[in-house]
Design a protein around this ligand. Structure first.
Ligand SMILES: NC(=O)c1ccc[n+]([C@@H]2O[C@H](COP(=O)([O-])OP(=O)(O)OC[C@H]3O[C@@H](n4cnc5c(N)ncnc54)[C@H](O)[C@@H]3O)[C@@H](O)[C@H]2O)c1
Length: 319
C-alpha cells in the first residue's frame, strides 16, 4: 500500500510516523518548505509543497488529509477525483453538505473514504462499548464527557465545537449505537472569533443523555468520561486509557494493554482498503457527527433546544 500524507503539522507528523511503522508511507506534502525538508530527510521519502505536485509525480493508492479543517473539502475532493482512497482528519469537512458531496464522490469512484474519529479505536472506549453491548451493567443512562486544554494556538479556522466537542459527539454516537432526538448547546468565547467553551446536551430516546463539556481554558489536558448505567458506573480516561468499573460492593480495574489509537485506526483503514469494505469510521457514518455539531452551533446561537431526526442514515458504526 502506498499512502501520501497531506499536511504534516502538529497532528500530520504522527500520521507520517505511524504510516512509516506500517510500511505504507510513500510520500507527503506540506505548504511549509521547512517541514518538507525536515521530514523528507527524517523518513527518506519524497516531500512536496503541494498536493497537486505529489499526485502528479507519485503513484499512490491512498492519501491521508491532515491539514486545517477549512481545506479538507477541496483537498479530499481532488484526491477522490483522482480515484484515491482517502482518509480525512476530523471533523471531516466541518460541513454536513460538503461531507455528503465527498461521500457521493467516493461512491461514484468506488474508493474508501474514512474519517479521523480516533476515539473509536481507543482501547478504553472499545472496552466501554463491550460493557454497553453486553449489558453487564444494565442500560446506559448518562454519558458525562470532559475535554479540556488551554487554547491550541494553531487552531484558527474553527471553534471548540467543530474542533474538540466533535470527538465526544462521535464517541456518544458510537457507544450508544443510536442518534440523539434533541440537541441543546450553550457556548461562548473570551478572546477569539470562535467559541472557546461549550456544553452540549444530547437527548436520546427515553431518558438516555450525553452531556458534553469542552473548554480551551483549563491549563492542563483533561479527557474524561463517566458513563452511568442502571447497575453501575464506569470512569474512563481517554489519555491513560484506564477504565474503572464501580458497582455495589466492588471496584474493578481491568488490566488492559495500552495501544496507540492512531496506529489501530490507520491499520483498520489500510485493511478496509485492501478488503474493499467500509471502515467503521466511514465518511457515510461520520456525516451525522458533523450534522450534530452544526445543530449544536445553531442551538447555541439561538439559545434553543433543537429536535432532530437523524434515523434515516442507518445504524451507527455498521459498515
Ligand atoms: N484525530 C485527532 O485526534 C486529531 C488531533 C489533532 C488534530 N487533528 C486534525 O488534524 C488536522 C490538522 O491539525 P493540526 O493540529 O496538525 O494543524 P497544524 O496547523 O499543526 O498543521 C496543519 C499543517 O497543514 C499544512 N497545510 C495547510 N494547508 C495545506 C495545503 N493546502 N496543502 C498541504 N499542507 C497544508 C500546514 O502548513 C501545517 O503544517 C485538523 O483537521 C485537526 O482537526 C486530529
Amino acid at each position: 500500500m502506498r499512502v501520501g500524507v497531506v499536511g504534516v503539522g502538529g497532528w500530520g507528523k504522527n500520521h507520517l510516523r505511524v504510516l512509516k511503522e506500517l510500511e505504507a508511507l510513500a510520500s507527503f506534502c506540506d505548504v511549509d518548505e521547512e517541514k518538507v525538508r525536515l521530514y523528507s530527510r527524517k523518513y527518506g521519502v519524497n516531500g512536496y509543497t503541494s498536493m497537486e505536485e505529489m499526485l502528479r509525480d507519485e503513484r499512490l493508492d491512498a492519501v491521508v488529509i491532515a491539514t486545517p479543517t477549512r481545506t479538507h473539502f477541496g483537498l479530499a475532493k481532488r484526491a477522490l477525483e483522482k480515484g484515491l482512497h482517502t482518509f480525512v482528519e476530523k471533523p471531516f469537512t466541518g460541513s454536513y453538505e460538503l461531507g455528503k458531496k465527498l461521500v457521493s464522490l467516493a461512491d461514484e469512484r468506488g474508493v474508501i473514504l474514512g474519517v479521523g474519529y480516533i476515539e473509536r479505536f481507543n482501547p478504553a472506549v472499545r472496552r466501554l462499548k463491550e460493557i454497553v453491548e453486553s449489558e453487564v451493567l444494565g442500560r446506559p443512562l448518562l454519558l458525562q464527557f470532559r475535554r479540556e486544554n488551554r487554547l491550541p494556538v494553531r487552531i484558527k479556522d474553527v471553534g471548540i465545537i467543530l474542533d474538540t466537542s466533535v470527538h465526544d459527539i462521535d464517541t456518544a454516537r458510537w457507544l450508544l449505537g443510536e442518534e440523539p432526538r434533541e440537541v441543546y448547546a450553550r457556548a461562548g468565547g473570551i478572546n477569539g472569533r470562535f467559541e472557546e467553551f461549550a456544553a452540549i446536551i444530547l437527548n436520546y430516546e427515553g431518558i438516555k443523555t450525553a452531556f458534553i463539556t469542552s473548554n480551551w481554558i483549563t491549563p492542563k489536558k483533561v479527557r474524561k468520561l463517566v458513563a452511568v448505567f442502571t447497575g453501575g458506573v464506569v470512569d474512563l480516561d481517554f489519555i491513560t486509557q484506564e477504565v474503572v468499573i464501580e458497582r455495589e460492593g466492588e471496584t474493578v480495574i481491568p488490566r488492559m494493554a495500552k495501544e496507540e489509537p492512531l496506529a489501530l485506526e490507520l491499520r483498520h483503514f489500510l485493511d478496509c482498503v485492501e478488503e474493499g469494505v467500509e471502515p467503521i469510521n466511514s465518511g457515510r457514518d461520520c456525516l451525522n457527527t458533523t450534522l450534530i455539531a452544526e445543530i449544536a452551533l445553531k442551538s447555541a446561537k439561538e439559545d434553543l433546544p433543537m429536535k432532530v431526526d437523524l434515523k434515516s442514515l442507518g445504524r451507527v458504526g455498521e459498515p
